[in-house]
Design a binder for this molecule. Sequence first.
Ligand code: NAD
Length: 272
Amino acid sequence: MTEQPSNPGGGVDTPLDPSSPDLSGRTALVTGAAGGIGRACTLRLAAAGATVRAVDRDEHGLAELTGQVAGLNGTVEPQVLDLTDLDAAERAAEGVDVLVNNAGIQLVRPVHEFPPEVFHTVLTVMLEAPFRLIRGALPHMYGQGWGRIINVSSVHGLRASAFKSAYVSAKHGLEGLSKTVALEGAPHGVTSNCVNPGYVRTPLVEKQITDQAAVHGIPEDRVVSEILLRDTAVKRLIEPAEVAETVAFLCGPAAATITGSSYVMDGGWTAH
Ligand SMILES: NC(=O)c1ccc[n+]([C@@H]2O[C@H](COP(=O)([O-])OP(=O)(O)OC[C@H]3O[C@@H](n4cnc5c(N)ncnc54)[C@H](O)[C@@H]3O)[C@@H](O)[C@H]2O)c1
């Protein structure tokens, strides 16, 4: 058996060409902007020249993010907002050219023990809020004949895992919403796509690694390869910057005919 290189297949942790696509003059909105993937998307779109409304309920995380934007072509405008306030979410998206629905939460619990109120909250934040944000964003996009909607879904938008009923339900719903918006938006120059990562190196996942290492009594690198990436051909975590790179690509001119798609970046997980 050949030894797996530590970073099989290479990968990026910095933008390939930060100024591409050229989003100067464009306004973007990213939800969950204080977190791992949302933060990377915010910085990537700002590097491409966009003015980015960075939406999150985590005020402290947003403050940290705005400390990182010096030297980028665009700007970042933090907005503290809890997306369970659906009316405020819809208003926040008015006038944007690019919308990245990214905020997400997870609870791992068997269906028969899953708290109904948590199921409701997960669906609200991860499906109903994206609907309301899209609803708020579309009139401006339709008016100018151009818009880009990118929904950060997951492998769990396409496959189920035990104990993740709310998350899997929300992501499958997001896939349907994204495709419907693609059909309606096409005559108006608006594309709508999902990006579907496997496990991404974010604080959420780092914590799972530490916890699982302690529970199983094995080193953290074995947690990654033997537990998290058991069904994944490429045995490394995806970097947030790689997801952000795909999001940026979907905003660019080469992606104008890509719509209603689900862009899987899972190291081969769903190839099984
Ligand atoms: N990390 C992974 O392995 C992975 C894999 C596939 C898909 N995803 C998806 O990527 C997205 C981002 O995940 P992440 O790993 O960066 O998570 P994260 O926990 O690091 O970030 C999520 C962000 O969403 C914000 N948020 C949560 N609920 C909110 C609410 N009600 N209102 C406003 N903001 C809220 C949080 O404050 C946080 O900043 C999620 O939709 C997740 O499902 C993550």
